[in-house]
Design a protein around this ligand. Structure first.
Ligand code: NDP
Ligand code: OXD
Length: 308
């Protein structure tokens, strides 16, 4: 039986030697050199080739190489196939760093100074400390929780919002639909770290933006499907929102004529907020392969009904 590694982004030369050291007994193969598809028990993948997983007729588990799993065709997997998302200290740390960067850029008016530099204008705006820039984090899971704590440790007042009630030291936590308006009403920088599910798709829309204070900024690090692009553009162009930092898009990359590309108040990055670090993540993946082969629950297994 075998394990197949496939990723369009993660370098197999970095991952597979580490996995082979941790799992010396396993036949670990790199797509497309998979041998007999019927022998594949575990797929370790980020955006698998269309139809590939269906050809693995004896598959017992899929380990995502990302924290999100919405890129996997989970509805096509037989019910016995376990699905695990990636939880990795390297990935979590990078994501929290990106959230901190985006919040600092707005808190210190750097976005404004970037625009002024391009206009050749010396515009002194009185700088303020981070205590005057409340940040709200949507999603208080592994990454959202770590991001909220890192922002608070750096001096930002931080609130957070999740599906279920949370207690996080120093974070003002809200939950559920009822908690959303109060959560949104207080923040200057909104950071989205939700998973993409049927409940969260299009959540960053005109209705939500209207609940944010005038001049607030939006940072989308979750998925492009969370954001209604036209609503964001309208909210920025009307002056209600101050701008946005976008790391994720639908599709990626957005078409070359998409208004985001040249918008003076939108900073785009090409889905680089975070990535699994093979040094730390290979151990998590190896542990999960062993668990799946033993028939034990995997770490960070996806609840198919919840969608994350
Ligand atoms: P987790 O599953 O650990 O956390 C998800 C959080 O979202 C939980 O707090 C959960 O609430 C909350 N949530 C889910 N559904 C809802 C809802 N309907 N209403 C309110 N809250 C909800 O995920 P991670 O923190 O590991 O990852 C979050 C996302 O970040 C990923 O799914 C991915 O989309 C994105 N990501 C992006 C990357 C990038 O490079 N841009 C890299 C890595 C991840 P509860 O705790 O109550 O269950
Ligand atoms: C992830 C991502 O989900 O990189 O890990 O987007």
């Amino acid at each position: 039986m075998s394990i197949v590694f496939h990723s369009v982004l993660d370098d197999p030369e970095e991952w597979v030697p580490r996995l082979r050291v941790l799992l010396p007994e396993e036949d670990i193969r790199v797509w497309p050199d998979i041998g007999d598809p019927a022998k594949v028990e575990v797929a370790v993948t980020w955006i698998p080739p269309e139809g590939a997983l269906e050809s693995f007729t004896n598959l017992i588990a899929v380990q995502s190489l990302g924290a999100g799993i919405n890129h996997l065709p989970i509805q096509t997997f037989p019910p016995q196939v376990r699905i695990a998302r990636l939880v990795d200290s390297g990935l979590t740390g990078m994501m929290a760093d990106y959230g901190l960067f985006a919040a600092l850029r707005y808190a210190r008016n750097i976005d404004h100074h970037e625009r002024m530099q391009r206009a050749g204008t010396w515009d002194y705006v009185m700088p303020r400390g981070l205590a005057s820039c409340p940040v709200g984090v949507m999603g208080l899971g592994v990454i959202g929780g770590a991001t909220a704590l890192k922002l608070a440790a750096n001096g930002f007042p931080v609130s957070g919002w999740a599906r279920s009630p949370k207690t996080l030291a120093g974070i003002d936590c809200y939950s559920g639909e009822a908690g959303l308006p109060v959560f949104l009403s207080k923040i200057r920088v909104l950071i989205n770290l939700l998973p993409l599910t049927a409940q969260t798709e299009n959540i960053l829309d005109a209705k939500l933006f209207a609940m944010l204070p005038q001049g607030a900024f939006v940072v989308n690090m979750g998925r492009g499907g969370h954001l209604v692009d036209a609503d964001l553009l309208a909210a920025i162009d009307s002056g209600h929102l101050g701008g946005a930092t976008l790391d994720v898009f639908r599709p990626e990359p957005p078409p070359s004529d998409h208004p985001f590309w040249n918008h003076p108040r939108i900073l785009m990055t090409p889905h680089v907020a975070g990535t699994g670090d093979p040094d730390s993540a290979a151990q998590v993946v190896a542990e999960n392969i062993m668990r799946a082969k033993r028939g034990d629950p995997m770490l960070n297994e996806v609840d198919r009904a919840r969608g994350y």
